[in-house]
Write a protein that binds this ligand. Structure first.
Ligand code: PMP
Ligand code: GLN
Length: 411
């Protein structure tokens, strides 16, 4: 590898997706629904596929109907007119959106603040750009309780403030957070926003789980806080929004001067996204725009659909002896597995961190796969993730029941 990429290792996804293929466990690892997306979404793709005019290259910075739909939606949500041509970019998944945002802004030696636990690709992306990640871990409070909430994990304000300095280029925010499910509240976001403004720092806000937020929590877009539009880049994903993770379509919106830098990265690496997928997503958005906020709107019903699954998982994990952290948003649940440590043969695996050994042993011996959360911490803090496992609950009820049965039998 060239020097700037040295030290790169296969990610947890590469390793665990192969592990699932090899051992065929009940897979609550990688985050994707194990049931079909809404019918009107797949119907939109059928309709597009049969339109013979939609199979060639489209506009590089985003298919016209899709950037229109995104601009319509987010203009409403942000409370300002978003220009579809200059303030929206569509990408190959939220991954490319993150890559373009980071590569398009981070220079050699720039510092980027990352809140742990974090979606794992943030760190290598910052390093590839020559940047220096500065980590701050959310701290658990209320630890004696038998069931925790993601709200019990908080930012230490003084510590966060101490990370901002003249080299700080950006902070990456992820709300709702993956893997913890924390939904940052107004007070927390205001504190972050004020530091960004004080130190002239960019906020890269990964909001791919924006529609999966459980009552009484509210998703707040940091771009809507006073004077934050100018310094915020917000990222979304069709994979999460419409439960079509295989479509690998993402988007970004923000002020034109910041978006220009992303456009340059996108233009010279990917140039243009997939036309039929973008058109089908535009059709899906048009439908949701007409019924925004109503009970039938998928952006409302998806949470209703997930709520009982979240509750069921919290219950069965607790009954099996885990100590779950109930998420305020997203579709993952972290749980402390160490009360069960005596039943696990941790020596059968050789990984450095215990959560890797636990999850591998569970996949092979018990037949249930989860993700080791130390993957979501920087090297110095990996031990903070070791006692946990992350399970995904956007799964059919029968498969969640099967997971409960597996754990009951194991126990
Ligand atoms: N950010 C977060 C927080 C994620 O969980 C994911 C995984 N879906 C992504 C970004 C990447 O999304 P996509 O599949 O659209 O590339
Ligand atoms: N975001 C999904 C997860 O956290 C998928 C990750 C991936 O495919 N790299 O499980």
């Amino acid at each position: 590898l060239p020097k700037r990429y040295e030290g790169s290792q296969p990610s947890v996804w590469v390793e665990y997706i192969q592990l699932a293929l090899d051992y065929k466990p009940l897979n609550l690892g990688q985050g994707f629904p194990d049931y079909p997306p809404p019918q009107y979404v797949t119907d939109a793709l059928i309709e597009v596929a049969s339109n013979r005019g939609l199979h060639q290259y489209t506009r590089g910075f985003g298919h016209p109907t899709l950037v229109q739909a995104l601009s319509k939606l987010y203009s409403q949500l942000i409370g300002r007119e978003i220009d579809p041509k200059t303030e929206v970019l569509t990408t190959l998944g939220a991954y490319e959106a993150l890559y373009a945002s980071i590569t398009g802004h981070v220079d050699e030696g720039d510092e980027v603040i990352i809140i742990e636990p974090f979606f794992d690709c943030y760190e290598p992306m910052v390093r590839y750009a020559g940047g220096v990640p500065r980590f701050i871990a959310l701290k658990p409070t209320n630890t004696e309780a038998s069931v925790l909430s993601s709200a019990d994990f908080v930012l230490d304000r003084a510590e966060l403030e101490g990370l901002f300095n003249s080299k700080t280029k950006a902070i990456i925010l992820n709300t709702p957070n993956n893997p913890l499910g924390k939904v940052f509240n107004l007070e927390e976001l205001t504190f972050i926003a004020d530091l960004c403004k004080k130190h002239n720092v960019l906020c890269i806000s990964d909001e791919v789980y924006e529609w999966m937020v459980y009552e009484p929590n509210k998703h707040i877009r940091i771009a809507t806080l006073p004077d934050m539009w100018e310094r915020t880049i917000t990222i979304g994903s069709a994979g999460k929004t419409f439960s079509v993770t295989g479509w690998k379509l993402g988007w970004v919106y923000g002020p034109a001067n910041l978006m220009f830098n992303l456009q340059m990265i996108h233009q010279n690496s990917v140039y243009t996204g997939c036309t039929p997928i973008q058109e089908a997503t535009a059709i899906a958005f048009e439908k949701e725009l007409r019924r925004l906020g109503s009970d039938e709107c998928y952006f409302v019903s998806i949470t209703k659909e997930l709520e009982p699954k979240r509750e069921f998982m919290g219950k069965f994990l607790q009954e099996a002896g885990f100590k779950p952290i109930v998420p305020e948003g997203g579709y993952f649940m972290m749980a402390d597995w160490t009360p069960l440590e005596s039943q696990v043969d941790l020596n059968s695996e050789t990984d450095k961190y215990k959560d890797y050994r636990f999850t591998k042993w569970m996949t092979k011996k018990v037949g249930l796969q989860g993700i080791p959360p130390s993957a979501f911490y920087g090297e110095e803090h990996k031990r903070l993730g070791e006692n946990f496992v992350r399970y995904c609950f956007i799964k059919q009820d029968k498969n969640l029941q099967a997971a409960a049965d597996i754990l009951q039998k194991w126990k």
